[in-house]
Design a protein around this ligand. Structure first.
Ligand code: SF4
Length: 279
């Protein structure tokens, strides 16, 4: 079964393909829902996912102008409360350009397919610079050389170059005007910064184009199972793939940057849900 013609790639789908082609096929082409615990203990894992979702919502509301005191008055569990206080204290956006676009989507076309990025925050000084900020609510902080190879690190600046001119007075951003920053509420003093540049842009563009062409040209049942069997313990398809039946340990999952892709969804805020935060 080929990819549906209206399929849109994202950093998440591409990263899933890189981690395990078969998982990409099951998730995005065959759309097989195969419920199984992703990691144990299930409750801790679910609480972590929920914490991440609420943190993203709170920061979004703060960025669009809700007073911090109003947000701080929410009832939060101790971990989320610490993340929020870390965010307020570190004020990671204070020095950033004043034009802010939070939860902002941009799309471009690569190898004939639509590719979309959903940015937690873009801070822009038109004709000068753009900072991409992504809030990372993991409990571990991967090393820079690991993050550098991640699809998100390679794709987000690329899409901003290709599709960001509406934010830059009608001019495309030059790659050297772009910086990407991962900010961790659990590690507020250790954000990860990546400067972009023309060489990286050319390299990334070729890499992503080849990846998309490879996926699009893969025939049905041509998506191999990952050789990294450790990932399977955190994947809901492990029984289907005959890769074991027991879910991996949640804390171990958090220390595996690849396995984390299998758990934490891209936090795409549903604006209908924003009102659900109670003050
Ligand atoms: S169980 Fe393993 S091989 Fe199967 S889809 Fe998941 S990661 Fe891939």
């Amino acid at each position: 079964m080929p990819l549906p013609s209206d399929f849109q790639f994202s950093q998440s789908s591409l990263q899933n393909y890189v981690s395990c082609p078969r998982r990409f096929e099951l998730l995005y082409i065959l759309k097989i829902n195969y419920p199984a615990p992703v990691s144990e203990p299930v409750l801790e894992y679910e609480q972590h996912i929920e914490r991440g979702r609420i943190f993203h919502q709170m920061v979004h509301q703060h960025l669009i102008g809700l007073p911090p005191d109003t947000l701080s008055s929410m009832e939060l569990d101790p971990i989320l409360s610490e993340w929020w206080q870390n965010y307020l204290k570190a004020a990671p956006t204070t020095q950033m350009p004043l034009k802010r676009c939070a939860e902002f989507s941009l799309s471009t076309t690569l190898s004939g397919w639509r590719v979309t990025a959903r940015y937690d925050l873009l801070a822009v000084e038109p004709r000068n610079k753009a900072i991409i900020v992504d809030w990372k609510t993991s409990i571990t902080r991967p090393k820079a050389d690991v993050l550098k190879t991640r699809i998100q690190t390679r794709l987000y600046p690329l899409i901003l170059v290709e599709a960001g001119k509406t934010l830059n007075e009608g001019y495309p951003f030059a790659p050297e005007q772009i910086e990407l920053q991962y900010w961790y509420p659990a590690f507020p003093n250790h954000p990860q910064h990546f400067r972009y540049g023309p060489e990286q842009y050319t390299k990334d563009r070729g890499y992503i184009q080849n990846l998309i062409a490879e996926i699009a040209n893969t025939p049905e049942n041509g998506f191999p199972l990952t050789s990294n069997t450790k990932l399977c313990q955190f994947c809901m398809y492990r029984s289907l793939c005959k890769r074991g039946s027991t879910a991996g340990d949640w804390t171990e999952m958090q220390s595996s940057y690849e396995a984390e892709d299998f758990s934490v969804p891209e936090f795409q805020l549903d604006f209908e849900q924003l009102q659900e935060i109670e003050f």
